[in-house]
Design a binder for this molecule. Structure first.
Ligand code: BDR
Ligand code: CA
Length: 314
């Protein structure tokens, strides 16, 4: 089944790989557009990086939009320490041919959804939720048009990666995350509990590199850089490949296990700002709003990624 999707991202090496995995999967996705948001690096770089991925993958036809550069309430926090100053260090930056569309990403999301059939478009946010939260706030009539929202963000067992309590995407814009989590449409959420299992070990990166096509080589380059920070921080065998988990879940949900839960986000306490309170054991009567993903077959994930990246050489 081909799903209509919009990827809302802040590339970031892992967002970039999510885009490449979607490009490589035309039987699964009709990628309507890419919307970008300030996050890992400022907005001017996230839209440039998304357009670079379109160039690298030969998909200059996909429209790319720039959206919100700042979170709804709090100042922007970026993550150059992890992703490098360009956001996608590990490959050389260049000015892409893929144009930036004139329309604001939020207007694009609103217009596209309003014109769509009910429950026909899946939103895939892999950065702070500012664009999606703003679109819902601006035009709630878009809600019935959303089939589901499949997002990377949050943490339960793992604790936070940016503060002891909070995962980066949710921390950057907890107020937007709150709007999204309360929106009433089906949400599947992939947080650090699963993404920290999906490690780009040296063997896996070598296998990607060995595919020998330019897209796989760019992926291996980005992952080799991405690795440096996280392996030291977590004493792990490789950096977690967070964002492509969203696309992988849409392609092969059987690689993952999820549970229907309530997820709420902290927007007041400075100490625990952006914490996702996951009611995994149903100890409250708060309504179910999320399919919370808590387990993944990491080998299966990498087999899928490698199989799809190989297609760029065919
Ligand atoms: C998330 O934060 C960013 O650094 C990554 O791109 C990912 O979306 C992981 O916490
Ligand atoms: Ca991201």
């Amino acid at each position: 089944m081909t799903r209509k999707i919009i990827i809302d991202c802040d590339p970031g090496q892992d967002d970039a790989v999510a885009l490449l995995l979607a490009f490589a999967s035309p039987e699964d996705f009709e990628l309507l557009g890419i919307t970008t948001v300030g996050g890992n690096v400022p907005l001017e770089l996230t839209h440039r990086n998304a357009r670079m991925m379109c160039d690298i993958a030969g998909h200059q036809d996909i429209p790319v939009y720039a959206g919100c550069g700042e979170p709804l309430v709090r100042p922007l926090v970026t993550a150059e320490a992890i992703h490098g100053e360009t956001g996608i260090n590990g490959i050389d930056a260049f000015e892409p041919e893929t144009p930036l569309q004139d329309m604001h990403a939020v207007d694009y999301i609103v217009q596209t959804l309003l014109a769509a059939d009910d429950a026909s478009i899946t939103l895939v946010p892999t950065g702070p939720l500012t664009n999606i939260g703003t679109a819902i706030d601006k035009e709630p009539k878009i809600l019935p048009k959303i089939e589901q929202i499949v997002l990377m963000g949050g943490a339960m067992r793992e604790g936070g990666n940016r503060t002891p309590s909070a995962e980066f995407n949710i921390l950057v814009d907890p107020h937007a995350a709150d709007i999204v989590l309360r929106c009433g449409r089906p949400i599947t959420q992939l947080g650090l509990d699963v993404t920290h299992e999906v490690l780009s070990t040296r063997d896996r990166v070598e296998r990607i590199k060995a595919l020998g096509n330019p897209v796989a080589e760019a992926t291996a380059g980005m992952l080799s850089f991405f690795d440096r920070f996280d392996t030291k921080k977590y004493k792990s065998r490789g950096a977690p490949l967070h964002d492509p988990c969203t696309i992988a879940w849409l392609i092969r949900p059987e690689l993952f296990e999820g549970k229907a839960c309530n997820v709420a986000v902290e927007t007041e306490s400075e100490l625990t700002m952006g914490h996702t309170a996951v009611d995994f054991w149903h100890v409250t009567d708060r309504p179910i709003n999320v399919n919370w993903i808590y387990a993944v077959d990491a080998d299966g994930f990498y087999e899928l990624l490698i199989e799809r990246l190989a297609r760029f050489g065919e």
